[in-house]
Write a protein that binds this ligand. Structure first.
Ligand code: ADP
Ligand code: ASP
Ligand code: MG
Length: 409
């Protein structure tokens, strides 16, 4: 007998019909002899609806109260799923994050999990119960309700799996696994049977929202076997996140991620002196704004800097930059929110040359102008105008023949 933690996302519990289907699925696993802990999200659209309500009463909703509000979405689904299980003759108990004692820090809206009191869950499991836990939420040491950031139920599930020593953490969603890229953008995208932990982490960091990045980090830290599966299909092996490097000789690229949440800022005609980068970027990070890509031109007397930040931080960064510009005697400040970052990800890149040139050639053929480039050992990212998102992703998917299965089987 094994212990499985299953997480069902918003679409999977989007209607009471679907919640009943989830109950049936859980029951099948119970009947196969497994202990099951279920983590659920709010019904699809509910978290957005609640956030919208908050904005109707305040232009800057108090973070503590916003967490009290948005955490209600998941409280609805845990109760409904437990009722559906009990209706079918199965013993089930629902718990909110605070009841299960999922302790986090106090960073409302982006809290980090510190520990989980797993004894209560173990007791319930020993009594033969299905335990249903609200995703996305926890409680801080002072008893304040916290939430873990958008998509945070994935992280709740992985953290519970780690704390309980589960045999597998299964993320049930509306696609049947992790694909070479978002199948909604490239219909030809191919499901991966497995992906290395490193690649999954990079895909998530570069914008693939199929798994919240923190859930992948957690799985890596605690070696939690993690699988992404469809909640709508009966069978299927989904995608396993693996910790060993397999024979990836042929598969140079695992996938393509894209991120539409960034904005670009440029400061032109900056006197090129030692310390100038610090004078420009220092105030940005002091304001707690995370900088992603940075490019500095090779200048003679003057140089230019371009960098990207999250779109939510764009206005704040722009205000700071305008102030800095007059301090350092820069010529002008420009901004661009209409960008998308497209990234190729693959551990096989390490041992293959020529990936960058194939990438640039494919984009050039489509007449797509590259605004910024950045590389690491396992990824190459380009920033382009947002109107090229679909064309760019498709062109790259085709150029690297990602629709074909390159694994040696
Ligand atoms: P849930 O509500 O179940 O958490 P999400 O919407 O958060 O579901 O994540 C699933 C979605 O992620 C899919 O519907 C798909 O559009 C998107 N997605 C983005 N990149 C990928 C990818 N590489 N593979 C699979 N799905 C992806
Ligand atoms: N309901 C939350 C959200 O929409 C958490 C989740 O679904 O994972 O972000
Ligand atoms: Mg999600």
């Amino acid at each position: 007998m094994s212990l499985i933690v299953q997480k069902y996302g918003g679409t999977s519990v989007g209607t009471t019909e679907r919640i009943k289907n989830v109950a049936e699925k859980v029951i099948r696993d119970r009947e196969a002899g497994h202990d099951v802990v279920v983590v659920v999200s709010a019904m699809s659209g509910e978290t957005n609806r609640l956030l919208e309500l908050a904005r109707e009463v305040s232009d800057a909703p108090a973070p503590r109260e916003q967490d009290v509000l948005v955490s209600t979405g998941e409280q609805v689904t845990i109760a409904l799923l437990s009722m559906a299980l009990i209706q079918r003759g199965f013993d089930a108990r629902s718990y909110t994050g605070s009841q299960v004692r999922l302790i986090t820090d106090s960073a409302h809206g982006k809290a980090r999990i510190q520990r989980i009191d797993e004894e209560r869950i173990h007791n319930d499991l020993e009594q033969g119960r299905v335990v249903v836990v609200a995703g996305f939420q926890g409680v801080d040491e002072e008893g304040n309700i916290t939430t873990l950031g958008r998509g945070g139920s994935d992280t709740s599930a992985v953290a519970l799996a780690a704390a309980l020593g589960a045999d597998e953490c299964q993320i049930y969603t509306d696609v049947d696994g992790v694909y070479t890229t978002d199948p909604r953008v490239v219909p030809d995208a191919r499901r991966l049977k497995s992906i290395t932990f490193e690649e999954m982490l990079e895909m998530a960091s570069q914008g693939s929202k199929v798994l919240q990045i923190r859930s992948v980090e957690f799985a890596g830290k605690y070696n939690v076997p993690l699988r992404v599966l469809s909640s709508f299909e009966e069978s299927g092996e989904g995608t396993l996140i693996t910790f060993e490097e397999t024979e990836m000789e042929e598969a140079r690229i695992a996938g393509i991620a894209f991120n539409e949440d960034e904005a670009q800022l440029t400061i032109n005609g900056v006197p090129d002196q030692p310390g100038v980068a610090y004078r420009i970027l220092g105030p940005i990070s002091e304001a707690n704004i995370e900088i992603d890509m940075i490019v500095q031109n090779v200048g003679d007397e003057y140089t230019d800097f371009t960098f990207t930040v999250h779109r939510n931080d764009y206005q704040k960064a722009m205000d700071i930059l305008n102030e800095v510009a007059s301090d350092v005697g820069a010529r002008e400040v420009k901004g661009n929110t209409k960008i998308v970052k497209i990234s190729l990800v693959g551990v096989g890149m390490r041992s293959h040359a020529g990936i960058a040139s194939t990438m640039f050639e494919a984009l050039a053929k489509e007449g797509i102008n590259i605004l910024m480039i950045s590389t690491s050992e396992i990824k190459i990212s380009v920033v382009v105008h947002e109107k090229y998102k679909e064309l760019g992703v498709r062109a790259l998917h085709e150029a690297f023949e990602l629709e074909k299965d390159a694994s040696v089987e």
